[in-house]
Structures are given as structure tokens and as C-alpha cells.
Design a binder for this molecule. Structure first.
Ligand code: NAP
Ligand code: HSE
Length: 433
């Protein structure tokens, strides 16, 4: 086989960057045997070149000047695993202008500036690959783009944030405290540099925006996604979920109908026998429904050093082959050729778990039921429990209804003198409607 050495520059040597370096070093010969390309790490960009690193790295390889990568004519592939949006975009555009193909794990950037980056890359004749940006080690972007290309995709739904799944699993199974288990997820390398992005749902929102754009061929950005995180989930909600036969998961949900799409991220009650209920810890799973293939499910490790590095390296191997065969940049990466309306959250339909703290008096439940009835909200089941001498907790699950009807009813219910507080509202998916 004709031998070729391709030099790469890596931006970032944290959790994912370290994994990428380990794989390149350990699998150099194996990759060479497969594709006839010898991958060589020429430069690694970090913030602090003096920091102690987890694996040995020659001091000459480390740099804190990104132009040592973007302007080096020998470097053909720029692997971006440092995160960040504006500065990182400038660095990547500089790399693209200087003829480098890009492999990135950066969903923040791709969910906001994907279109611009694809266009610049196409003009420059280089590749942009971003498999690691969604669901860590699970192949999902290439399957959606290529393997399912002939399908009209109508639904993409799944657990796409490892950190929150790890937290919810541990809160459910071990009764762990939210903050303690978040710290564990950070120590394990699952969380973003600022874990607010994970726990408030923005990381998952970026990922569902990317998946919806690819799956539905229409541009969906972060701003189009309705986002709620897991910080309002309490041990009471988890206990009620168990009692009622559900588990709580943070889901990314995107659905398409002719002319319109919806995209949302929020906690969900799912029946405990639902396939997604068994996806625990930092594992992710994505359900995709296409008109030809039917229902498919992609499952695997959704975060962490080696799974994410595995996804990066899959892209690096593809780009290296394209460079070797002189086909890099020949294919336009953006497939958003349609323009579909984005639905508002009020238009979306679901079932709801609603927990209310009320005065323990006769007629309270009837007055609440009457408000729901007047707003067209039908109630499927109710649980009522005493809370102390004078208070009670009412938990109800509605039948499927438009969000706006539920919000209108809750606004009235919140104003009733017998209702102390609407403690939580969580959507229910996969129930009996
Ligand atoms: P990390 O552990 O925080 O590492 C970030 C690395 O980038 C560090 O080496 C840091 O340098 C360097 N860096 C950051 N900003 C820089 C700048 N402005 N200039 C130069 N170097 C800079 O992050 P990570 O967890 O590996 O995540 C990296 C990317 O992968 C993010 O986009 C993340 O969303 C994505 N991702 C992560 C996972 C995961 O499981 N961790 C999974 C999928 C995707 P120093 O070492 O000197 O501080
Ligand atoms: N912080 C992300 C997560 C990393 O927890 O899923 C993988 O994208």
C-alpha cells in the first residue's frame, strides 16, 4: 500500500485531547495497516504549557500559540477538542483558510455557526467532521447523514447528555445528593468546563439542534430549542415517579411534520419498561424513526475520554483517507436544503405530571379538577397525600394535551386560595396517553 504521513495539530489537551493522543500513539501501526496513513502529532495547543499533563508529551509539541497549528503548512488536519465559541471559531476559520480539514467535538460551535463553517470549508476545499459533538462515542451523525440518507426522518428522541443521566441515575438508584453526584461526573470527565450547560439542558439542546438539522434537512439552532434542565427535579419527584411506574430522564426530542418541526429538551417521566428507562449512568441512547427503515436505536457511552476520542478518531481516519485520495472538501457538508417553521412550546403536545401543594380541605381537589376541565385538560390519574396537619400534596397525570392548555390552567390554579404552590410540572412521554 502506498504510504503517506499526515501531520495533525490538536487544539486542546484536556479529557478528550488526551484520549485522542493516546489512541494516535497506541494505534499508529494499526491505523497505518488499515488505511496506509501514518498519523503524526506535530503540535498540541493548550492554555498553559507549564501545566503537568496526564501523559508524557515532548515540550516542543506543546504550544500556547494557535497559529503554530493554523499557519503550519505541514499540518493537514486540525483536531479541535478545547471547546469555546467565538475565539475557537476564529481559530478554526483561520485553519480552514490555511487549507486544514477540521475534526471537532464542539457542539456549542456547530449548533450556532455550523452553516458558516461548512460554507468556508467548502470554498477552501477541506473537510469538516463533528461526530464527537453528539453522544460521545455513539456513531449517530454519519448514520443520519449517510446510512439513513434515503429516509424521511420524522422523529429523533433520546438521552444525549451523559452528565445529567449520570446524576439522575444516581439520585434514583442510590438516593445521591445532586451536588455530590455532579462533582463525581466532573471528576469522571463527563461534564462541560461550565457544568451549567449540562444541568440546565443547554448541552443537550445544542445536540438536538444538530441532530434535527441533519435529520430533517432544515436549519435548527440552539435558539429554536425549548430548554429546561434537571435542577428543579427533587427527591419527591423521583419517589413519585417510582410509585407511579416511571423513571425521570432528560430527553432531547425533535419531531417533524410537513412544513414544520419541533425541538425541545426537558426532563421527562418515561414508563419504567420503556427502552430509554434502562439507559443509565453516562450512557446515551438515540431513537430515530425513518419512513423506510422504521424505528432504530443507537446506544453507547455518551461522554468521557476514550469514547469521545474514539468518535474523533473515526473522523480523523475518514479525513485522512480523503486527503490521501485527494477527495477532501469535495463534498458539501450542509444538507439543510429545506426551510421549515419551528413550533412554539405552546403548540407542542404531551402528557403532564403535575405536583401541587394544597390546603387539606374538602372540595380542593374538585376545584382543581374543574379548572383543568374548563381548559380542556383531561386527568388520567391522581394521588393525594397528607403533608403535616393542614396541607396535602396532589399529584396528577394528565392525558395528552397541548402545552398551552396546561399552562393556562396552571396560571388559574396558582391563583386559587387553597393552592399553596405548583411544586413541579414534568412532561410524560411514552405513556398510555
Ligand atoms: P477540558 O478537559 O476542559 O480540556 C480543554 C483543553 O483545551 C485543555 O487542554 C485546555 O488547556 C485547552 N484550552 C481551552 N481553551 C483554550 C484556549 N482558548 N486556548 C488554548 N487552549 C485552550 O475539555 P474536554 O472535556 O476535553 O472537552 C473538549 C471539547 O470536547 C468541548 O468542546 C466539549 O464540549 C467536547 N466534548 C467533551 C466530551 C467529554 O466527555 N468531556 C464529550 C464530547 C464532546 P489547558 O490544559 O492548558 O487548560
Ligand atoms: N458534557 C457532555 C455530556 C459531554 O455530559 O454529555 C459529551 O458531549
Amino acid at each position: 500500500m502506498e504510504m503517506k504521513t499526515i501531520k495533525v495539530g490538536i487544539m486542546g489537551m484536556g479529557t478528550v485531547g488526551t484520549g485522542v493522543m493516546k489512541i494516535i500513539e497506541a494505534q499508529r501501526e494499526y491505523i497505518y495497516n488499515k488505511i496506509g496513513v501514518n498519523l503524526e502529532i506535530k503540535k498540541v495547543l493548550v492554555r498553559d504549557v507549564t501545566k503537568e499533563r496526564n501523559i508524557p508529551v515532548h515540550p516542543e509539541v506543546l504550544t500556547d500559540n494557535y497559529e503554530d497549528i493554523t499557519k503550519d503548512p505541514e499540518i493537514k488536519i486540525c483536531i479541535e477538542v478545547m471547546g469555546g465559541v467565538d475565539t475557537t471559531k476564529d481559530m478554526l476559520l483561520d485553519a480552514i483558510e490555511n487549507g486544514k480539514s477540521i475534526v471537532t467535538a464542539n457542539k456549542d460551535l456547530m449548533a450556532i455557526s455550523g452553516k458558516e463553517i461548512f460554507e468556508k470549508a467548502y470554498q477552501a476545499g477541506v473537510d469538516v467532521k463533528f461526530e464527537a459533538s453528539v453522544a460521545g462515542g455513539i456513531p449517530i451523525i454519519r448514520p443520519l447523514k449517510d446510512c439513513l440518507a434515503a429516509n424521511r426522518v420524522s422523529e429523533i428522541m433520546g438521552i444525549i447528555n451523559g452528565t445529567t443521566n449520570y446524576i439522575l441515575t444516581n439520585m434514583t438508584e442510590k438516593g445521591s445528593n445532586f451536588q455530590d453526584v455532579l462533582r463525581e461526573a466532573q471528576d469522571l470527565g463527563y461534564a462541560e468546563a461550565d457544568p451549567t450547560a449540562d444541568i440546565e439542558g443547554f448541552d443537550a439542546a445544542r445536540k438536538i439542534a444538530i441532530l434535527a438539522s441533519i435529520g430533517f434537512n432544515t436549519r435548527v439552532t440552539l435558539n429554536d430549542v425549548h430548554v429546561e434542565g434537571i435542577t428543579k427535579i427533587t427527591s419527591q419527584d423521583i419517589a413519585y415517579a417510582k410509585e407511579l411506574g416511571f423513571v425521570i430522564k432528560l430527553l432531547g426530542i425533535a419531531k417533524a411534520e410537513p412544513g414544520e418541526v419541533e425541538a425541545r429538551v426537558h426532563p421527562v417521566f418515561i414508563p419504567k419498561n420503556h427502552p430509554l428507562a434502562a439507559v443509565n449512568d453516562a450512557f446515551n441512547a438515540i431513537y430515530v424513526k425513518g419512513d423506510a427503515v422504521g424505528e432504530t436505536m443507537f446506544y453507547g457511552p455518551g461522554a468521557g475520554e476514550m469514547p469521545t476520542a474514539s468518535a474523533i478518531m473515526g473522523d480523523v481516519v475518514e479525513v485522512a483517507q480523503n486527503i490521501k485520495t485527494e477527495t477532501a472538501g469535495k463534498r458539501y457538508n450542509c444538507t439543510c436544503f429545506e426551510k421549515r417553521r419551528i413550533k412554539t412550546i405552546g403548540e407542542m403536545e404531551a402528557q403532564y405530571y403535575i405536583r401541587l401543594t394544597v390546603k387539606d380541605q374538602p372540595g380542593v381537589l374538585a376545584s382543581i379538577a374543574s379548572v383543568f376541565g374548563n381548559q380542556g385538560v383531561s386527568i388520567g390519574s391522581v394521588v393525594q397525600k397528607r403533608r403535616g396537619e393542614e396541607m396535602a400534596e396532589i399529584v396528577l397525570i394528565t392525558h395528552g394535551i397541548k402545552e398551552q392548555n396546561v399552562q393556562d390552567a396552571l396560571q388559574i390554579i396558582q391563583g386559587l386560595s387553597t393552592v399553596e404552590v405548583v411544586s413541579n410540572v414534568i412532561r410524560v412521554e411514552g405513556g398510555n396517553n
